[in-house]
Every structure is written in structure tokens, then in C-alpha cells.
Design a binder for this molecule. Structure first.
Ligand SMILES: C[S@@+](CC[C@H](N)C(=O)[O-])C[C@H]1O[C@@H](n2cnc3c(N)ncnc32)[C@H](O)[C@@H]1O
Length: 253
């Protein structure tokens, strides 16, 4: 089954494809206080909510990049509906191959929940640093361990313990790269439950509307595995946060 179809179905009712709480998101957008025309790049932009909300609030210009044709189509529909006159472009491609027209040309660069594009958290920060202005903002979303992951958890998820660090590690990695961590948005159990369980609901709805979809069995089997993993320890194992860094900043002159 096409992976992007799977994510489209499981995230049908989501605004964000990660456990970011929409109230915390809105508060963060208000805090940003961007200037009209400032340039924002969102790598792996998902449904484009970040960049479109910033365009609504501040009339920024920007680019959203995502590999999923389903999400890019949704981004473009949202753009037409909510900010048709804004200077926003969505590009469907592997973000690993995206290079801006000139280096250090963006005021804010985001990669929220897709650090695999650059081989992990450090690689993401290094890549984004090459695209943001000195003094600009880098915003990344990254998991962290709440506790030692079990062998079974790692096996079922297909990840290694070394793939992620602690919440402190995620901050330190950025600061060791010459950034200053200004702010974090940490997801709690309620945020995670909303994110995970809304996927169960979305699959059920899809099943009711498309009982003859030949991919149905695979979709249900995969989501059943993920549901079990989340309920049997995943919820207590993995945390998630958005980290806001200044490129430079007072702790890293
Ligand atoms: C966890 S979601 C996060 C989406 C978005 N940043 C958000 O916060 O809602 C990961 C996103 O990465 C996109 N993606 C995965 N691999 C990618 C790649 N190589 N290049 C660009 N986008 C990618 C997926 O389509 C998905 O939208």
C-alpha cells in the first residue's frame, strides 16, 4: 500500500500530523511577532497549517515542502480558501533535495516531526542553519525518551535507542551547534492521546465509507499494531516537543 495514502487516511481529521496541541500552537504563533513579508520555510510541512496560520496572522511569505501528494493537495486547497493572496508556495518533493535559491535567506525555518529527512535531530539543525538568516529562528519537532525503551518497543517501532535522546539532549544538540533555545512546546498525555486515538477514529470512518478498498486489511492490521504498542507502554515511553532556537542568540555569541 502507498505509504502516503496510509498517512492521509489515518490523519484525515488532524490539523497537525504530530501531537502538537492546537492551543499551544496558537499561543506560540502569537508569540512569534513576525514582520510583514518575512520569509518562512516549512520542511515536511504536512497539511501546511503552520505556514498558513503565520500568513493569516502576519502576512509572511513562504515555502512549504512535503513529499506527500495528498498533503500538498490539501495545503493548496487551504491556501486558496484562507490566504489566497499571500506569497506562499507549496512544493511536492523529497525535502532532502530542496535547496533555497540562496543560502541563509529565510527568517524562520521549520522542520516539525520529520528529522529523518536529514538523518536525525543534529543533521536537521545543521541543514536548517544553512537556510536561515543569522539571528533568525529554527523550529524543530523531535521525540525524546520519557524512560528507557523496552527491547520489544524498539523492535516493533523499528528504531534504535540511539535514534533519540532526552528532552535535555534535544536542547543541547541545538545549543552545541551555536543556537540558543528560546522556547519549547512539550506534548503531554492528553496531547498524545488526541493525536493517537483520532487516528483510530479516522480508520474506522474510512472503513465505514470504503468497505471495499483492497488496502483495508493492511491499513487495519498496521493501525491495530500501532494502537497496541501505544497502549502497552508506548504512551509512557516516548515524549515529543517542539524546540524553538535562535540562530546565534545571547547564549551563543
Ligand atoms: C510527522 S508528519 C509532520 C507534518 C507537519 N510538519 C506537521 O507538523 O503537521 C511528517 C511529514 O513529513 C513528510 N515527509 C516524510 N518524508 C519526507 C521527505 N523525505 N521529504 C518531505 N516530506 C517528507 C510527510 O508527508 C509528513 O507530512
Amino acid at each position: 500500500m502507498d505509504l502516503w495514502k496510509y498517512f492521509d487516511i489515518t490523519h484525515k481529521r488532524h490539523q497537525f500530523c504530530n501531537p502538537l496541541n492546537t492551543k499551544k500552537f496558537e499561543r506560540f504563533c502569537q508569540l512569534l511577532q513576525l514582520k510583514r513579508g518575512e520569509r518562512v520555510l516549512d520542511i515536511a510541512c504536512g497539511k501546511g497549517e503552520f505556514i498558513i496560520r503565520l500568513a493569516e496572522l502576519y502576512d509572511i511569505a513562504g515555502v512549504g515542502v512535503d513529499i506527500s501528494p495528498y498533503y500538498i493537495q490539501e495545503c493548496e486547497e487551504k491556501l486558496r480558501k484562507r490566504t489566497p493572496n499571500s506569497d506562499i508556495e507549496f512544493v511536492q518533493m523529497d525535502a532532502a533535495n530542496y535547496t533555497p535559491k540562496s543560502p541563509h535567506c529565510f527568517d524562520v525555518v521549520l522542520c516539525v516531526g520529520a528529522s529523518w529527512v536529514y538523518g536525525g535531530h543534529r543533521g536537521t539543525i545543521q541543514a536548517l542553519k544553512g537556510m536561515v538568516k543569522k539571528g533568525g529562528l529554527i523550529v524543530v519537532g523531535e521525540p525524546f525518551w520519557l524512560k528507557e525503551p523496552s527491547k520489544e518497543y524498539l523492535e516493533v517501532e523499528g528504531i534504535k535507542k540511539e535514534d533519540f535522546g532526552s528532552h535535555y539532549d534535544n536542547v543541547k544538540v541545538g545549543e552545541n551547534e551555536g543556537l540558543t533555545c528560546l522556547y519549547t512546546l512539550v506534548s503531554n498525555f492528553d496531547d498524545w492521546d488526541h493525536y493517537e486515538t483520532l487516528q483510530w477514529w479516522a480508520v474506522d470512518e474510512y472503513f465505514r465509507a470504503h468497505p471495499d478498498d483492497p488496502d483495508m486489511r493492511e491499513i487495519v492490521e498496521r493501525k491495530t499494531r500501532e494502537k497496541k504498542l501505544y497502549l502497552q507502554g508506548g504512551r509512557e515511553t516516548m515524549g515529543w516537543a517542539v524546540y524553538v532556537f535562535r540562530n546565534g542568540g545571547c547564549f551563543n555569541k
